[in-house]
Design a binder for this molecule. Structure first.
Ligand code: SF4
Ligand code: SF4
Length: 161
C-alpha cells in the first residue's frame, strides 16, 4: 500500500503532529469522513483526506475549509495519524495567504471589533424581541482577544483577500 506524500509546505503542516507521515491511504477514515461521504467528487479511492495532501497547494488551501473538524478521521485511524490537526495547520496557512472564505475574514473582523462573532446590534435586537436584557461590549475582553490575535498572526488579515 502506498504511503501518503505531501506535496507542499510539509514542515509547516506537520509542525504540531508528524503522525500524518505514516498515513498509508487505507481509507478507513474516509468511511466516516462526512466530506468524502457527501461530496460527489470524492470516494474511498480518491478521498477528501488524501486529495488534500496530494493535490496542488492552491487547491488544497481552498478545499481545506470543507473540513468541519469533526475528528472522525482522528478517532478511526488505525495508524494514529491526525488529519484533523494537519488540516487545522493547513487552514492557518490558507487564512494567512488569503485563501480562506470571505465569511471567515468577516467573522474574525467582527470578533476583533466587538469580542463576539455575531454583531451585538443584531444579537441585541433578537434578545429584545425575546424580552431579554441587551449585552454590552466587554472592552477588556476585546483588548485581550486583540492581543492574542497579534501574537497568533490572526490580526492584520481580517480584511481578507
Ligand atoms: S475532521 Fe475533516 S477530514 Fe477528518 S473526518 Fe472530519 S471532516 Fe473529514
Ligand atoms: S485511516 Fe489513517 S492511515 Fe488510513 S487513510 Fe485515514 S489517515 Fe491515512
Amino acid at each position: 500500500m502506498e504511503v501518503l506524500r505531501l506535496k507542499y509546505e510539509k514542515n509547516e503542516i506537520l509542525k504540531k503532529d508528524k503522525a500524518i507521515e505514516v498515513c498509508f491511504k487505507c481509507s478507513t477514515c474516509s468511511k466516516f469522513c462526512p466530506i468524502t461521504q457527501n461530496v460527489k467528487k470524492y470516494n474511498l479511492e480518491n478521498s477528501f483526506v488524501t486529495h488534500l495532501f496530494e493535490t496542488e497547494k492552491e487547491v488544497a488551501l481552498n478545499d481545506v475549509w470543507m473540513c468541519c473538524a469533526c475528528e472522525k478521521c482522528l478517532i478511526t485511524c488505525p495508524q494514529d495519524t491526525n488529519p484533523t490537526d494537519a488540516f487545522t495547520n493547513l487552514k492557518e496557512i490558507s487564512y494567512r495567504e488569503g485563501h480562506a472564505p470571505e465569511t471567515v475574514y468577516r467573522l474574525v473582523d467582527q470578533l476583533l471589533q466587538e469580542g463576539t462573532v455575531y454583531a451585538l446590534k443584531f444579537t441585541n435586537l433578537a434578545r429584545k424581541r425575546a424580552g431579554m436584557k441587551g449585552i454590552e461590549k466587554n472592552e477588556k475582553s476585546v483588548e485581550e482577544i486583540n492581543k492574542l490575535a497579534e501574537k497568533t498572526g490572526l490580526k492584520g488579515k481580517e480584511g481578507g483577500k
